[in-house]
Design a protein around this ligand. Structure first.
Ligand code: NCD
Length: 305
């Protein structure tokens, strides 16, 4: 049960919780598709605090809250807040907790969301904490895959890109494992997934995880790509070097399954040839749009409406 609880990591969720969210997101998607919105959160205020850059996550959360009838309280920037004067994160959060009914936070530090949830009385949703977790992205990814493919169980899903620093990948590996996908990991040298995470899904869910160095997408039903997370490298020069060498070209699409879906949490930078956008495989803008019904479902479930 999500009601009244924080959402910090995918590990906070049982499979039944995710099933419930997927079902609720379908209802929300139908509502939006029919041009309708809801007013179940008319009396509520949802605060968004993004201490790291964001386009989709912040805007889709705000859209979701508005389409449920809630009001948005937005923390615009550190520069324009009292944090600039030296106010601590904890004090800032205590204030916002006094104003809003639900907090949605992104922060560059791993563990910041768990810490924030301890400081706040109201439920808090982690919209990304450093390279650690991004649970709501995983929920919308699972929703997207199930909507596009009709199932998750038994699908061959390739996770391609910076698997070391991308929080989207860490969360998704767990979510896909829980739902029985077969996973192939393809990362540039040095950016492989933490072996502990791989062990965890193998042990917990009996997931088949294959690691490859060369990119051959011929067996994939879904290829989930992410950018090199430059901001998380100790040495920006290293990041630029990998950024230059890691790129999915049109050639990589030769011999792929006819219904391959390429997904991406976005933003995409240099890791994909922009020509791929025009192919039938590119499904990431649809994916981004599905963030709204899934985030409506998440907010509604947590607020107990
Ligand atoms: C991702 C993130 O912030 O982790 N973006 C998103 O939320 N859609 C991916 C990224 O920044 O690469």
């Amino acid at each position: 049960m999500l009601r009244g609880n924080d959402l910090i990591s995918v590990r906070d969720l049982e499979k039944a919780d995710i099933e419930q969210l997927l079902k609720r997101a379908e209802d929300m998607d139908r509502t939006l598709g029919a041009g309708r919105t809801l007013d179940i959160l008319k009396e509520k205020i949802v605060a968004t605090l993004f201490f790291e850059p964001s386009t989709r996550t912040k805007m889709s959360f705000q859209t979701a809250a508005k389409r449920l009838g809630a009001q948005i309280l937005n923390f615009t920037s550190m520069e324009s807040s009292s944090m600039k004067k030296g106010e601590t994160l904890a004090d800032t959060l205590r204030m916002v907790d006094g104003y809003a009914d639900l907090l949605i936070m992104r922060h560059a530090a791993e563990g910041a969301a768990r810490y924030a949830a301890e400081v706040c009385k109201h439920p808090l949703i982690n919209a990304g904490d450093g390279g650690n977790q991004h649970p709501t992205q995983t929920l919308l990814d699972l929703f997207t895959i199930r909507k596009m493919k009709g199932k998750i169980q038994g699908l061959s899903v390739y996770l391609v890109g910076d698997l070391k620093y991308a929080r989207t990948m860490r969360s998704l590996l767990y979510g896909l494992g829980m739902f029985g996908a077969e996973i192939t990991l393809v990362a540039p040298a040095g950016l492989e997934m933490d072996p502990k995470m791989v062990e965890e899904v193998k042990e917990k869910f009996g997931t088949s995880v294959t690691q490859k160095t060369a990119l051959n997408l011929s067996g994939a039903d879904v290829a989930y790509v992410c950018r090199v997370q430059k901001e998380r490298f100790a040495d920006p020069y290293e990041a630029e070097k990998v950024q230059k060498s890691f790129r999915i070209t049109m050639d990589a699409l030769k011999g792929v399954k006819d219904d391959l879906a390429i997904l991406h949490p976005l933003p995409k930078i240099d890791e994909m040839d922009p020509q791929i956008d025009a192919t039938k495989y590119a499904r990431y803008f649809e994916q981004a749009k599905l963030g709204v019904p899934m985030r409506m479902a998440i907010i509604a479930e947590i607020m107990g409406e």
